[in-house]
Design a protein around this ligand. Structure first.
Ligand code: SAM
Length: 212
């Protein structure tokens, strides 16, 4: 069934009561694929991890449990989504293990090389400029830092039919690979068997700390 434009717009930028409802559904719909992305990151105890477009923030607790001596930050431009993510992770936020900030992928309020890992699940559809967002994610990752990107491609006919094109832009795999490469990433793993949504794991060029 085609999703109404009103609902799709809430997925892009949630607000109000309808936004709360969409966030509730989203937290259930996307959890399995968030876990797939997290598994791909090979999280270490001391990792600092950024979830770009964290939405309702259900993955943040999973990340914090794995990086139990590290720190986890969720970033999302929707004030409502950040509020829900904070509510959901209240204990971890109070313990300063998790932080949630209002920010777009193309303007991240963090220093260069701040994170060991980053993930971004079902967010690329909303980016006006793919390169600007990927370059910004590369900037805040340490050299050798790992990035998990999950998205439905334009080959997913059911998704293309279901989501209004005025809101969702489904990209082709070569376009995303080219943008990642241009932004300073090497592609480590892609689901090249037609699995949807697709998971790409990439590493920022350069040597990771501690590797001789
Ligand atoms: C479909 S939801 C996915 C949320 C979460 N990653 C998940 O898997 O449940 C898309 C999220 O991307 C956020 N978003 C939209 N435009 C964005 C941008 N330019 N940069 C970062 N996040 C964005 C939305 O606010 C929303 O929370």
């Amino acid at each position: 069934m085609r999703r109404p434009r009103l609902i799709a717009e809430q997925a892009r930028h949630a607000s109000g009561l309808l936004g709360r409802f969409v966030a509730f559904v989203m937290a259930h719909e996307t959890f399995a694929v968030n876990k797939r992305a997290i598994d791909g990151l090979d999280v270490q105890l001391n990792d600092h991890i950024l979830d770009v477009g964290c939405g309702p923030g259900r993955g943040l607790a999973v990340l914090a449990a794995r990086a139990s001596k590290g720190r986890v930050v969720g970033a999302d431009p929707s004030a409502l989504m950040t509020e829900i993510a904070v509510e959901r992770n209240q204990g971890l936020v109070k313990a300063h293990r998790v932080d949630v900030v209002i920010a777009r992928a193309d303007a991240l309020p963090f220093a260069d090389n701040a994170f060991d890992k980053a993930l971004c699940v079902h967010v690329v559809y909303f980016w006006e400029n793919l390169d600007a967002s990927l370059q910004e994610i590369a900037r805040v990752l340490k050299p050798g830092g790992r990035f998990a990107l999950v998205f439905r491609t334009n080959a997913d006919e059911a998704a293309v039919r279901s989501f209004p094109s005025e809101v969702y832009r489904f990209r082709c795999i070569p376009e995303v690979i080219a943008a990642l490469t241009e932004s300073g990433f090497a592609i480590d793993i892609t689901d090249d068997d037609g699995t949807e949504p697709m998971l790409m794991i990439a590493s920022k060029h350069g040597r990771s700390r501690g590797v001789s």
